[in-house]
Ligand binder design. Structure first.
Ligand code: OGA
Ligand code: NI
Length: 338
């Protein structure tokens, strides 16, 4: 059963979720903390407004994203994703929900991480290194736009993380420390969904059901509906609701590392994308701590009665495994490379 059910048991596949909205310019931080906490306990998805990224600039990022995806496939294959998870991911590269999906996701994407020059010793870390960029002259101004967005989104993420820290009874700057978001693994991902109609009963999805891996994800989408969340991942049957885009707002969701840190107080949320026949663009910004960060139960989230449910794990170990589980082996693309 893939559809939602209303009280009479009838299917309601169009329900739109009402989410809390956090105003980052609100001087009453206690109010923001209380709202965010309710949002995190309720479903782990919320909107963030007045975040400091201008609408004009968001529009520019979307326009540049479209410019890239409109390039011919052979041009896009020149910047194919590398082993550092930078660059282009073709349609079907990713398979998020193998139990329920026939093929991979009907989306193409482009990963941009933290820019670390090749000769920097830090570039040896699995998620650090130089980005892959379209050749000069192919897309003028493209790199600058994406780098600027990467920087601005990180500031938004840090501001949200401060509210999360307070909501978990931690020091406000808990996530600002060097081993946390001081040296983050932060990945901007441009996404383009083909105008294909999804069919859950046939295992066809824009993006299969998944939860994100890190601390939080910031998402901006165009105005085509498609994102759905499942508020209770253990419910059977699962109930899916749409998340409507709000112009200018980030949609924020909690990732699996936060679920581990908070000992399941703040659960990560299952979500997926259904195509409705229209093409759709979105931009995700995945926020994870440093490579070395040990993600372990927070002191404020355990007690004798509530012992840690997960063993501590290093951020890079955890992430590498998650990417390996969900992405095609790079060797499948060798036939395309000349
Ligand atoms: C993701 C994701 C949703 C969207 O990339 O992890 O959930 O609307 N994207 O594109
Ligand atoms: Ni996601």
């Amino acid at each position: 059963m893939e559809m939602n059910q209303n009280q009479n048991g009838a299917e309601d596949p169009t329900k739109v979720s009402t989410l809390y909205c956090i105003d980052l310019s609100n001087p009453d931080i206690h109010q923001s903390v209380s709202l965010l906490k309710q949002a995190c306990l309720d479903c782990g998805f919320f909107y963030v407004v007045n975040h400091g990224v201008s609408q004009e600039f968001m529009d520019e990022v979307f326009a540049q994203s479209k410019n890239f995806f409109h390039l011919p496939l052979n041009e896009k294959m020149k910047v194919l994703r590398n082993e550092k998870h930078r660059g282009y991911t073709p349609v079907l590269d990713e398979l998020l929900d193998p139990d329920n999906q026939l093929h991979g996701d009907y989306k193409e994407g482009y990963y941009i991480g933290v820019e670390v020059p090749e000769d920097d010793p830090e570039a040896e870390k699995p998620f650090y290194g130089p980005n892959v960029w379209p050749a000069d002259g192919v897309l003028p101004g493209w790199r600058q736009t994406m780098e600027k967005f990467h920087h601005e989104a990180l500031e938004v993420a840090k501001a949200v993380a401060r509210v999360i820290a307070l909501a978990l009874d931690l020091e406000v700057d808990f996530f600002d420390k060097p081993e946390m978001l001081g040296k983050p693994i932060a990945t901007l991902r441009l996404l383009h969904y083909e105008g294909q109609i999804s069919d859950p009963s046939k295992g066809i999805f824009g993006a299969g059901a998944h939860s994100d891996y890190g601390l939080i994800t910031l998402l901006v989408t165009d105005d085509v509906m498609g994102l759905q969340i499942c508020k209770d991942k253990d419910a059977k049957p699962q109930v899916w609701e749409y998340v409507a885009p709000i112009k200018g707002a980030f949609i924020v969701n909690l990732g699996d590392m936060l679920e581990r840190w908070s000992n399941c107080l703040f659960k990560s949320t299952l979500h997926r994308v259904l195509g409705n026949g229209q093409e759709r663009y979105s931009i995700a910004y995945f926020v994870e701590p440093s490579h070395e960060c040990l993600v372990e139960c927070l002191p404020t989230c355990k007690s004798e009665k509530n012992p840690p449910q997960f063993p501590p794990i290093r951020c890079d170990t955890y992430l590498s495994q998650r990417y390996k589980d969900t992405h095609a082996d790079l060797s499948v693309y060798n036939k395309h490379q000349t």
